[in-house]
Design a protein around this ligand. Structure first.
Ligand code: ACO
Length: 331
């Protein structure tokens, strides 16, 4: 199979209008702006309205990416949404987004791997483009985690936000996808999961009573694994790309916790000014966090051709991954 190249030609993002500040959380939780800021780096997060679903956020982000790339929905050959907060069990959220955009009869599917979603999605979509299956793919990370958040649990309620980020991948002569490393280990799913949500434990009255239909996390345990796996994945992705840490122009990590990002960046020897963070504004938006950060960064004119970016994430599964990517500026 002869591979050709892939590049990103469009970026877009969107977050719900409703902003929840740390001070807002103080009103009903035993917490403080000081605790949240020092332990996480978060100041605000956006939470969707009752009537606002994941596909609604995704469709706006995708529309913005199309406008950026000066393309129409009909120019896209396949739609992929990375999410753990789909509109429904089925149909896939990607099908709903494609329909919303007016893309008729196009393939569309979801990827469910929590906060690592965009990294897995970028790897899968790049493979589909490079192997010639599709010319252009709309890849979206979109979440409404506020819908599965126990808003009375201070250890998780403060962390998560809603949003969507989209990229359009297009076949290219030069190849931006330099290397990737993905991994997963579900030996302890209870470290970070929604216990009552599927066939293992369907949602029933008791589950609702005990709030087992909402996110539960053992934060301290997750924290330790997160730092190690993000470092390992970055190292291996760079090796596969035949690059070293010194070649990295920017690190765009999943925005889970500023302390996790700082620890990983410190180990990797990437100085603060090369680490892209927007966690103060959005909190942890799971699969949406990296494409939102990328879209903001690109739209601010911060990337130039030849810059090497490492995208790296860690999340539920447990799962992790990193992609080394060379930026190509749109002509
Ligand atoms: N306000 C005030 N105090 C709090 C709060 C809060 N919001 N939350 C917890 N505390 C208390 C705890 O009760 C505990 O009190 P105690 O010492 O009296 O028992 C104390 O603060 C310390 O708690 P820890 O859990 O040890 O705090 P830690 O420094 O580990 O920070 C956090 C917690 C922010 C959750 C951190 O562990 C973390 O970020 N973990 C990783 C999260 C993550 O990356 N998840 C993966 C991605 S998510 C996905 O895939 C969907």
């Amino acid at each position: 199979m002869s591979l050709t190249g892939v590049k990103i030609v469009g970026v877009g993002h969107h977050a719900p209008a409703h902003v929840v500040s740390n001070e807002d959380l103080e009103r009903w939780l035993d917490t403080s702006d000081e605790w949240i800021t020092t332990r996480t780096g978060m100041k605000r997060r956006h939470w969707a309205a009752d009537a606002e679903a994941t596909s609604d956020l995704a469709a706006v982000a995708a529309t913005n990416a199309l406008a950026y790339a000066k393309l129409a929905a009909a120019d896209i050959d396949c739609f992929i949404v990375c999410t753990v907060t789909p509109d429904y069990y089925f149909p896939a959220t990607a099908c709903i987004v494609a329909a919303h955009l007016g893309a008729k009869d196009k393939p569309a599917f979801d990827i469910s791997i929590a906060c690592s979603g965009f990294i897995y999605g970028l790897t899968v979509a790049s493979g589909l483009v490079r192997s010639g299956v599709y010319r252009r793919i709309m890849l979206i990370g979109a979440e409404t985690l506020s819908k599965i958040l126990n808003k009375e649990d201070r250890s998780t309620a403060i962390l998560f936000g809603d949003g969507a980020g989209a990229v359009i991948l297009e076949r290219a002569e030069r190849n931006s996808f330099l290397g990737a490393e993905l991994g997963a280990d579900a030996s302890r799913p209870e470290l970070l999961y929604v216990e009552a949500s599927g066939s293992r434990r369907p949602i029933d009255g008791a589950a609702l009573e005990e709030k087992r239909n909402l996110i539960a996390m053992q934060g301290r345990e997750v924290f330790k694994v997160a730092v190690n796996k993000m470092i390992e994945a970055t190292d291996v992705a760079l090796q596969k790309a035949q690059l070293t840490k010194a070649d990295v122009t920017y690190l765009i990590p999943h925005q889970a916790n500023k302390r996790i990002i700082d620890a990983a960046a410190h180990y990797l020897g990437v100085p603060e000014e090369k680490v892209v963070t927007n966690i103060a504004e959005y909190g942890n938006t799971s699969a949406a966090s990296i494409p939102i950060a990328l879209s903001e960064f690109v739209r601010a004119g911060r990337l130039k051709s030849g810059d090497v970016i490492v995208f790296v994430a860690f999340g539920g599964g447990l799962s992790w991954g990193a992609v080394a990517w060379e930026w190509q500026q749109a002509a």
